[in-house]
Design a protein around this ligand. Structure first.
Ligand code: ADE
Length: 248
């Protein structure tokens, strides 16, 4: 899978993504990440890429030309016209389902804005998806692009050491992940739950599913309305709700 990032700060995104699991995935050739400096497509003698907004107002707006040319050069080089994601707090809020859908693409372009945004006309011409990482405003699209690339990369086969782990974690079946423990068996008076030491795999699976349900009820009850539960698990949830005098 190939990620192309249109940005004014290539070193910011490459520094982050060349590290840890995404860095290893790049080294192994499972993903590629390329940062394209929008400033390289400025025709201004001072390499300016922004100007004052028509109609007045605070701040500067990124001009359409450099962004458009950067995208067209990428299309020419790759021979494709990949989807373009514009990072903006005005977009749909990114989640695991969107990540799964995007992981099916061969190439993705992330367009990072700065200042007061980008001239609307180039957005109209090239952007296919408007995505946000939450209802707060950042100084630019680089961190959101890195968040999304990190999340999508770990769905690419081979990126995680353990292929099953992406399936059994938070948000699978719309449940949060169960608690995890490692050595030592006793830590400051707190011991590892007995069932995990039993070697009884079926009991361990049941316990983990129950903990997932409990934890989701405690921390993200909104998810439970669309959680995928079998008959016994539904009963378990009902008993928890009754015990706590709650309803969904
Ligand atoms: N750019 C600035 N804030 C953002 C956000 N919350 N999500 C995506 N892009 C952004």
């Amino acid at each position: 899978m190939n990620f192309h990032i249109l940005t004014l700060f290539p070193e910011m995104v490459m520094g982050g993504l060349n590290t840890s699991i995404t860095g290893r995935a790049i080294d192994k050739g499972l993903i590629s990440v390329e940062a394209i400096n929008i400033r390289d497509y400025s025709h201004d003698k001072h390499r300016h890429v922004d100007d004052y907004p028509y109609g007045g107002g605070a701040g500067m707006v990124m001009q359409p030309g450099p962004v458009y040319e950067a995208y067209e050069a990428l299309c020419e080089k790759t021979g494709k016209r990949p989807r373009v994601i514009y990072l903006t707090p005005q977009g749909r809020v990114f989640n695991q389902k969107i990540a799964e859908e995007l992981s099916g693409e061969e190439d993705l372009v992330f367009l990072c804005g700065h200042y007061e945004g980008i001239d609307e006309r180039v957005l109209e011409l090239i952007v296919t998806d408007y995505l946000s990482i939450g209802d707060y405003v950042l100084t630019g699209g680089e961190l959101p692009a890195m968040v999304m690339i990190d999340c999508i990369s770990r769905l690419v086969p081979g990126v995680l050491n353990n292929d099953v782990s992406a399936e059994f974690e938070s948000f699978h079946d719309n449940l949060l992940e169960y608690p995890q423990y490692t050595r030592p068996e006793n830590f400051r008076g707190l011991s590892v739950p007995e069932v995990l030491l039993s070697g009884h795999h079926k009991n361990i699976d049941t316990w983990r599913r129950q903990k997932s349900i409990e934890r989701t009820l405690e921390r993200r009850p909104d998810l439970l309305r669309t959680a995928v539960l079998d008959k016994k698990e539904k009963k378990y949830l009902e008993s928890l709700l009754e015990e706590k005098g709650l309803s969904l």
